[in-house]
Write a protein that binds this ligand. Structure first.
Ligand SMILES: Cc1cc2nc3c(=O)[nH]c(=O)nc-3n(C[C@H](O)[C@H](O)[C@H](O)COP(=O)(O)OP(=O)(O)OC[C@H]3O[C@@H](n4cnc5c(N)ncnc54)[C@H](O)[C@@H]3O)c2cc1C
Length: 509
């Protein structure tokens, strides 16, 4: 298959690029690949919403810029922050034109909520299921556009590069239903494969978040940045043994819920005067410290103070989840614990979304633009994807004619003749990875722990790599190798940090 534009991933980043490019260049063909079904992505689970300044009387771009810079702890690229914040209203308008619906305050005004780190109410949302509404609208629009081809159940294995390894010409993909491996050649390729949550045992991310795109880019020699900044979400429902624990949106704290220890104390105020509305890095760290101090496995979110009818209207999914496990939010506190949530760094891109490899772009959570600095401000992730999707489509348009298919593509070699890796082997490798990351690359760490993690991960990588000679190429084997590869990069870049900032905290610095 040959295509003008190949997009890896059907989250907000991939789908908005597909829709925008298909509308703008109707004669060009676009293929969008996903390893499962298009509905499954991190975006699907986004609750809180999209940060956009709409109320210019109460709020301003300057306020949003300032909040993003404070949250990023002095490590954001100011130009990028400025650009993203100022373009947010235009990109939101476009998303609404594509059919996304957001809660309204009046017939003409959108309802705006507040989240941690935001000085004003500016979170545009669809109840507490913003992500699934965005995906519904984008998928519907994309499916109506004749020049978009969906390739579901296609697992992207590796990038196709020219012999100098400077240009990208598509990918090698494994069709998971037939078990065949095919080249998907493209003039332009975009990595929009999302996050890395499953490198960590305890994460808010769904199982697709195995860092495949970042690992693929690393294998191809693309530059990555800020991989040390792994964000933990402070309020994830405490449910031991559940593989994807349920997130209690930051907007619940924004609406006035308090964090308490078992004794009922609002301990967060001792760490930061903003209390529950401090940024995620600070709230997560103080919960971690409090759990350590008290020897408890979790703390609580007290929403008993909130208006029940407001909660019912704004957070119906969270309410349903709480009720399903016997929590009555009118009188019970919700048990919570921090969990890995987001990677602030990723594949390094310029203002056009271009990576260090020609004809290769990255967008969304798998990319590093410089917006988030050392700690992403809540609801800035969906926004970043929308703004950069726009830049990528414009840039591709300017260069589309010049890009030709290379005749000299080096194709990686895969093996489909051998048996599949036994599931138990992959489970042991994954559990070992989780243990290493939990014990040596947690919310608070030491340099010694990082050095131990480096050694253990190298050993683990060698064990996983050896399996590729013994067993056939499968998505699950690749996912394990990808997770270890990205974990190694996170640890290496963590060791490079010489000061604590945002969500990176080393006790030795
Ligand atoms: C529970 C939760 C709540 C959140 N709430 C918010 C919020 O309110 N506001 C906000 O701004 N952010 C929020 N976030 C973060 C935000 O949702 C994500 O950062 C964002 O959706 C990422 O979008 P994306 O398009 O980059 O990736 P994703 O939405 O994760 O999409 C990745 C896509 O890539 C595909 N893929 C991955 N690997 C491969 C492969 N090897 N081959 C083929 N396809 C592949 C996946 O199948 C998927 O289709 C939340 C995240 C979570 C987990």
């Amino acid at each position: 298959m040959k295509t003008d534009l190949l997009i890896l991933g059907t989250g907000i980043a991939g789908l908005s690029i597909a829709v925008k490019a298909a509308e703008k260049y109707p004669k060009r063909n676009i293929a969008i690949v996903t390893k499962l079904i298009p509905e499954e992505s991190n975006t699907q689970y986004a609750q809180g919403g999209i940060a956009v300044v709409l109320d210019k009387l109460e709020d301003s771009f300057q306020n949003h810029i300032k909040d993003t810079l404070i949250s990023g702890d002095g490590h954001c690229r100011k130009k990028v922050v400025n650009h993203v914040v100022r373009n947010a209203p235009k990109r939101l308008k476009e998303l609404i034109r594509w059919g996304a619906q957001f809660d309204k305050k009046t017939d003409t005004l959108l309802a705006l909520e507040r989240e941690g780190g935001h000085s004003h109410n500016r979170i545009v949302h669809h109840k507490d299921i913003t992500g699934s509404e965005v995906i519904r609208a984008l998928l519907h629009t994309a499916r109506e556009l004749p020049n978009i081809t969906f390739l579901d159940h296609h697992f992207a294995l590796d990038l196709l590069l020219d012999s100098s390894r400077k240009k990208c010409f598509g990918i090698m993909a494994l069709h998971q239903l037939s078990g065949t491996i095919i080249p998907l050649k493209a003039k332009n390729t975009v990595i929009a494969t999302g996050g890395v949550g499953h490198i960590f045992g305890h994460t808010s991310n769904p199982s697709i978040a195995t860092g495949d795109g970042i690992a693929m880019a690393l294998r191809a020699g693309a530059r990555t940045r800020d991989m040390a900044f792994v964000q933990y979400h402070p309020t994830v429902l405490y449910q031991p043994g559940v593989s994807m624990p349920f997130l209690i949106s930051e907007a619940v704290r924004g609406a006035g819920a308090h964090i308490r220890n078992a004794a009922g104390e609002r301990f967060v105020l001792q760490y930061d005067p903003r209390g529950e509305l401090a940024t995620r890095d600070i709230v997560s760290r103080c919960i971690y410290e409090e759990m350590k101090r008290t020897g408890k496995s979790h703390v609580f979110l007290d929403a008993t103070l909130l208006s029940y009818s407001h909660f019912q209207n704004t957070f119906p999914t969270i309410l349903k989840k709480c009720e399903s496990i016997g929590i009555d939010i009118r009188k019970d506190w919700i048990p919570i614990v921090p969990a890995q949530h987001y990677l602030c760094g990723g594949i390094s891109v310029d203002k056009n979304g271009q990576t260090s490899i020609q004809q290769l772009y990255a967008c969304g959570e798998s990319s590093y633009t410089g917006l988030h600095g050392a700690n992403r401000l809540a609801s800035n992730s969906l926004l970043e994807a929308l703004v950069y999707a726009h830049e990528i489509v414009l840039h591709i348009g300017k260069h589309l004619r010049k890009n030709i298919f290379s005749k000299k593509i080096s194709t990686p070699i895969y093996d489909l003749t051998k048996p599949e890796t036994p599931k138990e082997i992959l489970t042991i490798l994954t559990q070992t990875l989780h243990n290493v990351m939990q014990h040596y690359r947690g919310i608070v760490l030491t340099s010694e722990e990082l050095r131990t993690a480096t050694e253990l991960l190298e050993k683990l990588y060698q064990e996983a790599k050896a399996l590729t000679y013994q067993y056939r190429t499968t998505a699950s084997l690749y996912e394990v190798i990808n997770m270890i590869t990205v974990a190694q990069e996170i640890v290496v870049q963590s060791l490079d940090q010489n000061k604590n900032r945002g969500c990176y905290y080393n006790k030795d610095l």
